[in-house]
Design a protein around this ligand. Structure first.
Ligand code: PRP
Length: 184
């Protein structure tokens, strides 16, 4: 990685701060309706989903519990290693509870299919996924999240929680990284 400001490494902005806020508000209204009587456990899949998760929780106008799980499959590269490593498990017992998993992006689908299987085995009342970005062309159809924000193409995106080699997460928008940043 060469030293520069994060902004200089962005080829183009895909979703501005305002577009993200509008989408999160829209999802918040749909999810409030769905979960208003269910006292769900809303789970943040660290670390990529963190910005989306916090904003989304503020848009949920119903009682929720917060919980966090940390898994990683990418290491420092730009494509999935295919192996999902558990770094931090949930604190709550989810048996009999409604669980909403909040994720930043579904790419190959490896992370979400692993998590859905792992958590379903703990017998929750329901388990659904809300994912901000869906690389629909990159994964099997049956892995589609119940709720998603935007469909995107096969580009490497960063910002609003998404990283490359742990950088760029703090950009307030989502943009496409210049290929030369990860070429070397
Ligand atoms: C990224 C992203 C998703 C996952 C999506 O996480 O946040 O969790 O990859 O890719 P997939 O559909 O191909 O599995 P990563 O493992 O890089 O960890 P991070 O959230 O801490 O950045």
């Amino acid at each position: 990685m060469h030293i520069s400001t994060p902004k200089k490494d962005i080829d183009r902005i895909l979703f501005t701060r305002e577009q993200l806020a509008d989408k999160v508000h829209e999802l918040g209204e749909i999810l409030t309706e769905e979960y208003k009587d269910k006292l769900p456990i809303v789970v943040c899949i660290l670390k990529g989903a963190s910005f989306f998760y916090i904003d989304l929780c503020r848009e949920l106008k119903c009682h929720i519990n917060l919980d966090f799980i940390d898994v990683s499959s990418y290491g420092n590269g730009t494509s999935s290693s295919g192996v999902v490593r558990m770094i931090k498990d949930l604190e709550n017992n989810i048996e009999g509870r409604h669980v909403l998993l909040v994720e930043d992006i579904i790419d190959s689908g490896v992370t979400l299919s692993h998590l859905r299987k792992l958590l379903s085995a703990r017998n929750p009342a329901s388990i659904k996924i809300c994912c901000l970005l869906d690389k629909a062309g990159a994964h099997a159809k049956e892995l589609e999240p119940e709720y998603h924000g935007f469909e995107i193409g096969n580009e490497f995106v960063v910002g609003y929680g998404l990283d490359y080699a742990e950088y760029y997460r703090n950009l307030p928008y989502i943009g496409v990284l210049k290929p030369e940043v990860y070429a070397d």
